[in-house]
Write a protein that binds this ligand. Structure first.
Ligand code: ADP
Ligand code: MG
Length: 610
């Protein structure tokens, strides 16, 4: 006799449940997705004891007749696809026909459903996969599904469940995702008889986010100016610069209405945010991608959580580009509001506009002298005073040329056209206080300077390369054959970063020069570390971006420090240069360079407004 048998349906369903139904939140996901696919405009979910005792999902969708209700509990029975052909163009959330039979095989299950035009509905009770009863029922049109004692017949699985609180929060997260993905559907979530949230059908995604997440978070978001790029439409909201989280929990992504986790989109986000994101932090996003269903494969993961793109590069680029543009619009808003004249009566002391000698481009070698100890009061009380600026002529001939060619340096600071910053003073030798239309702006001078230096160096890196400092005695460094190959293929990039390297045979490198900005006692150790770091960076980022991280880390050490006292022309120049940066409102590590405190907030603090 053969040793192979066909598993009974019940067992096959339990096996499928093992994949699809990981925990109570998976049940909620499957049921709510079915409700959405059924065109529901209102979905209520109620759970008891973290969903381990009871999960109930009720919708007002189109319901099922008796035959369909019975069929829906069969494995691979679905109304959503008809043939293998349809797999390539799925527009519904479900398509496997596995969820209901799986859930019913591992719980005490009750389905009650009624078509809108029908006089009566159908109720089916299933226990551990075995149909208990099928009756006529009189509930409202739509579908109700009740799942009790989940995993009661799979003790091993039940043991793996976490505390009721943890399971409940997974359920809440799942419902929140669905509610964000479908703003026009009303959602209610009841946990242990307590109403946890109620989101009425919303007109816009923004309304839904505000309803669910509160206006405080909402105000930290930017709306994406939607446009189709490469056949992909990206829309939604993303966190402003400086808004990030240490986990991916608030990185919410949808592809054609389906909530997904996807590395391609994540790379796109990272690339789009770029230096606006602190290391190890994740952006806050409510991002929606719409594309031809044929361009995306949803048949990847049993719970349909993952998707695969036919052209991942296209998707990544569209996401990166959209993010970049969105952050850029915010930049314009900021700089605009800072440069607009302020219509408040000026006190003579504050209206003093310093005359400044063009200090030339801001260059790293000059930074040490940047900070002059001088009293702010000293300056503002003598209006006509021309401050001798501490900037030195560029020390590197290469840089001088670049500056003369209008190349890499910051757009020239033009003293004849005084800027419109209304500087109020400097707080604690660190925060520059400014006024704009909306209220008070605080600028962190150290972070601001980092951003300026960073963009300067990056511009140089992208054009003729950053200045090199020749070593008096060339160094030789032994590297592994793998590193050696890597260095050989990336020699050009390294050169743009200011390294002059030469193969010296036998996995040995000769180092003739290192970047001027590079301060190190032992270049060979540093270079080895650098190569390790560069190599571990994602291959998907562009070559030049590789060097940016290194620059970002280095500028930190060279920027003016928190306690360095700046005098007014320096402050003016710093702000001017900052406003001319591509991304002025965060330092290269993603920390904010400036913070706005609005009149509204001040009024609240002073109790003038509720
Ligand atoms: P799938 O969603 O992949 O088709 P399911 O097992 O989740 O598979 O559901 C099987 C079928 O039952 C669905 O195709 C649908 O026709 C029907 N169904 C499930 N839930 C509902 C519901 N809430 N309202 C109406 N029909 C439903
Ligand atoms: Mg389904």
């Amino acid at each position: 006799m053969g040793r192979i048998v066909l598993l009974p349906d019940e067992v096959a369903n339990q096996v499928a449940a093992g994949e699809v139904i990981e925990r109570p939140a998976s049940v909620v996901k499957e049921l709510v997705e079915n409700s959405i696919d059924a065109g529901a405009s209102r979905i209520e979910a109620a759970v008891v004891r973290g969903g381990t005792a009871v999960i109930r999902v009720v919708d007002d969708g189109f319901g099922m007749d008796r035959d369909d209700a019975l069929l829906s509990l069969e494995r691979h029975a679905t109304s959503k696809i008809r043939s293998g052909h349809d797999l390539a163009r799925i527009r519904t959330l479900g398509f496997r026909g596995e969820a209901l039979p799986s859930i019913a095989s591992v719980s005490r299950f009750r389905l009650s459903t009624r078509l809108h035009e029908a006089l009566e509905g159908t109720e089916i009770v299933v226990n551990g996969g075995k149909i208990g009863s099928v009756r006529v029922a009189g509930e409202a049109p739509g579908t109700q599904i009740e799942v009790r004692s989940l995993f009661y017949n799979l003790p091993a699985r039940r043991k793996f469940l976490r505390s009721e609180n943890t399971e409940s929060s997974h359920i809440q997260h799942q419902l929140t995702l669905q509610a964000i993905g479908h703003p026009n559907v009303g959602f209610v979530f009841i946990r242990d008889q307590t109403l946890l949230f109620q989101a009425p059908p919303a007109k816009t995604l923004g309304d839904r986010i505000r309803d669910l997440r509160g206006s405080e978070l909402f105000e930290q978001l930017l709306e994406i100016q939607t446009e189709a790029l490469n056949g992909i439409t990206v829309s939604g909201f993303i966190g402003k610069v400086g808004v990030s989280r240490s986990t991916k929990a608030e990185q919410i992504l949808f592809v054609n209405g389906r909530s997904v986790e996807n590395i391609t989109i994540q790379h796109g986000l990272r690339e789009g945010y770029h230096t606006a994101l602190m290391k190890g932090q994740y952006p806050v996003t409510f991002l929606f991608l719409e594309m031809d269903p044929e361009a995306v494969d949803v048949n990847v993961h049993p719970a349909n959580r993952e998707v695969r793109f036919r052209e991942p590069d296209r998707v990544r680029n569209s996401v990166a580009e959209t993010i970049r543009k969105t952050l850029e619009t915010d930049r314009r808003r900021w700089t605009h509001s800072l440069q607009k004249p302020i219509h408040t009566p000026e006190t003579p002391n504050m209206s003093v506009r310093p005359q400044v000698i063009d200090p030339g481009p801001l260059l790293i070698p000059a930074i040490e002298q940047f900070a002059l100890r001088r009293d702010w009061a000293d300056f503002s009380s003598s209006p006509g005073h021309v401050a001798p600026l501490p900037f030195e002529a560029p020390s590197s001939p290469k840089l001088e040329q670049a500056a003369a060619a209008g190349g890499p340096a910051t757009p020239n600071y033009c003293p004849e056209r005084p800027s419109e910053f209304k500087i109020l003073g400097v707080l604690g030798k660190l925060y520059i206080l400014m006024e704009n239309e909306e209220g008070l702006v605080l600028v962190d001078q150290h972070a601001a300077h980092e951003r300026i230096l960073f963009e300067n160096l990056r511009r140089q890196m992208e054009s003729e390369g950053v200045p090199t400092q020749r070593l008096l005695i060339p160094l030789t460094v032994g590297v592994t054959p793998k590193d050696y190959d890597w260095i050989a293929t990336n020699a050009q990039t390294l050169q743009k970063m200011g390294f002059v390297l030469e193969p010296f045979g036998n996995s040995t490198l000769k180092i003739d020069g290192i970047p001027q900005y590079f301060r190190t006692d032992d270049p060979s150790v540093t270079i080895r570390q650098l190569v390790d770091e560069l190599r571990s960076m994602t291959i998907t980022t562009s070559r030049l971006r590789m060097g940016e991280d290194v620059i970002a880390r280095t500028v930190c050490r060279h920027a003016i420090r928190a306690q360095d006292e700046l005098h007014p022309p320096e402050v003016e120049k710093l702000l001017h240069d900052l406003m001319h940066c591509e991304l002025p409102y965060c330092c290269p590590h993603g920390r904010p360079t400036m913070i706005q405190i609005s009149y509204g907030e001040l009024e609240k603090k002073f109790g003038r407004r509720a």
